[in-house]
Design a binder for this molecule. Structure first.
Ligand code: NAP
Length: 495
């Protein structure tokens, strides 16, 4: 990639005082190529202080409320302040395409003007005409930020960037929201001149903006190009997923030119559409798409067939092979502790993870009773996998050696909940498949009552190691993946 084409990372600073913003700009230099001061969040921006503080080129932005900003003063004063920022030495000033940008263009050299457009509702179908009309302004840099409602909306951003490239326009285009994450990470592959990131530890200035350290160290956006292989985690919502941390760490340690993306799809068809234009080599599948992945896979492993759940897709000569690495991952912590297989287990839930746990336990000869809030579903799963089932209300009277929570109760962001009243915890072992947080309320209460506990983090790591072997054909650096997982599970950087 030539230097001119390289995407520059702009750290957007959203602080309430000039002093804090100046300090954040100093810290941002570690990751940033540019720094954007969102001066609309600062009560009385001290221009000289801000400009002196930044070691990187500065974008000065004073966003109005209509455009999603915080500036409440008059429009005349806003334009005057933007002009003053340019005169004081700001490298670039941002002005919206809906504002009187002509006033800015008269006083600022065109190559220093970023003409921006925001749509916080959706991604319109016709972005090319928008680009054409914005190009007519003569501004040196154009910025189009829209709200993604699907993975497919990222493809519109890619198509727009391709159109801009053909027209010779310098464009920053991105999709906001969780669904739009690929557009921020693949900015250099798709030719966006800038990608915006939040200051680590600071607030995001726009929905879906990723912290700069995540963008540079975990996703390694500076290294992504046309040859980079794409992998990802498919689910909705994905806020809880730590897969990007450990798989990107594994790819980096292998020296593999690959990136693992968060793929928050509006439906399975949305994912298929994204894959058709942006082929993925492998996919980790999570809630709620394990059943869809099972139905769409062209071939299945025995574990995937038996559990009717696919948590791993491997692209093989254009065909999807479906695997279920949760089965093997589930057994690893039990083997490690040498638990006897001749025991009674109760599994809570009848979804994908529950089916993996039940199948794994049954394959070792363990007696399993399924307890799910949907009794009919529990009955079907029990019949299929050779287990018993019981009503949720009877859980307190069941005898068990091992209790497995395979429901999402207690998972981030609803941590603090437990699927079971603590007085019902009367067995020997409790295994919570929820891994974020690592120390769930269920595990804490079990430990308080003297039971032995197993965190889902161990299973999570085990199933991810298996995924790496399936995708890359060789074992990954396990210690690096473990370190990445534990760093991501540390409360202050958990997403
Ligand atoms: P899933 O397919 O959606 O199944 C969830 C199950 O939990 C369903 O039976 C559902 O019942 C039940 N459930 C949901 N909310 C409930 C509630 N409030 N009370 C009682 N039951 C409830 O999800 P999954 O893929 O099996 O995942 C379940 C959990 O396991 C998640 O927290 C996931 O992160 C975790 N997991 C961990 C690992 C790991 O490696 N540690 C791997 C896979 C999954 P209905 O059918 O009635 O909705």
């Amino acid at each position: 990639m030539s230097e001119e084409m390289r995407t520059r990372i702009c750290v957007s600073i959203r602080e309430t005082t000039s002093q804090k913003a100046a300090e954040a700009a100093v810290r941002a230099a570690e990751w940033a190529d540019l720094v954007e001061f969102r001066a609309d969040f600062i009560e009385q921006p001290d221009l000289p202080l801000l400009l002196r503080a930044s070691r990187k080129p500065v974008i000065f932005t004073l966003r109005s409320r209509q455009e999603g900003g915080a500036y409440t003063g008059s429009e005349r004063r806003r334009l005057e302040t933007i002009l003053r920022a340019s005169q004081a030495g700001a490298d670039y000033v941002d002005i919206e395409s809906t504002a009187s940008w002509q006033a800015i263009m008269q006083g600022v050299p065109p190559e220093k003007v970023i003409l921006s457009h925001h749509n916080f509702e959706n991604t319109p179908a016709d972005l090319n005409s928008l680009l054409d009309s914005m190009s007519a302004s003569g501004a040196g840099i154009l910025k189009i930020a829209v709200r993604a409602r699907s993975l497919g909306d990222n493809l519109r951003i890619a198509a727009l960037l391709e159109y801009a490239r053909k027209r010779g326009a310098t464009l920053c285009a991105l999709a906001m929201g969780a669904e739009g994450a690929p557009s921020r990470i693949l900015s250099s592959r798709w030719g966006s001149c800038l990608t915006f990131a939040s200051a680590p530890g600071g607030e995001a200035a726009a929905e879906g903006q990723l912290p700069a350290d995540l963008l540079t160290r975990v996703y390694r956006v500076r290294e992504i190009g046309g040859e980079t292989e794409l992998y990802g985690v498919l689910g909705k919502p994905l806020g809880h997923s730590l897969s990007p941390y450990i798989h990107n760490a594994a790819f980096a340690a292998r020296g593999k030119n690959a990136v693992f993306l968060p793929l928050e799809a509006s439906g399975f068809d949305d994912f298929l559409q994204f894959h058709a234009s942006c082929p993925l080599r492998g996919v980790a599948v999570t809630i709620p798409y394990k059943g869809d992945a099972y139905s769409h896979a062209h071939s299945l492993s025995v574990a995937a067939e038996q559990t009717q759940a696919v948590n791993t897709l491997i692209l093989n000569e254009g065909y999807w092979h479906g695997e279920n690495t949760d089965v093997e991952g589930f057994l690893i912590p039990l083997r490690r502790r040498a638990l006897p297989w001749k025991m009674r287990a109760v599994v809570l839930g009848a979804g994908g993870a529950a089916r993996a746990a039940i199948y794994a336990l049954r394959s070792q000869g363990t007696d399993v009773c399924i307890v799910a809030r949907d009794a009919a579903k529990a009955g079907l799963v029990a019949d299929r996998l050779g287990a018993e089932h019981s009503a949720w209300e009877r859980l307190g009277s069941l005898d068990w050696d091992l209790l497995v929570n395979a429901t999402p109760v207690g998972m981030y962001p609803a941590a603090g909940q437990s699927p079971v009243p603590s007085e019902w915890l009367k067995g020997e072992w409790v295994y919570d498949l929820v891994y974020n947080p690592q120390d769930t309320r269920l595990l804490k209460e079990a430990a308080q009552r003297g039971l032995k506990t197993i965190s889902g983090a161990e299973m999570f790591l085990g199933q991810a190691i298996k995924q790496q072997i399936l995708w890359c054909g060789s074992p990954p650096p396990e210690n690096i993946m473990e370190t990445a997982l534990h760093a991501a599970l540390t409360p202050n950087i958990t997403p």
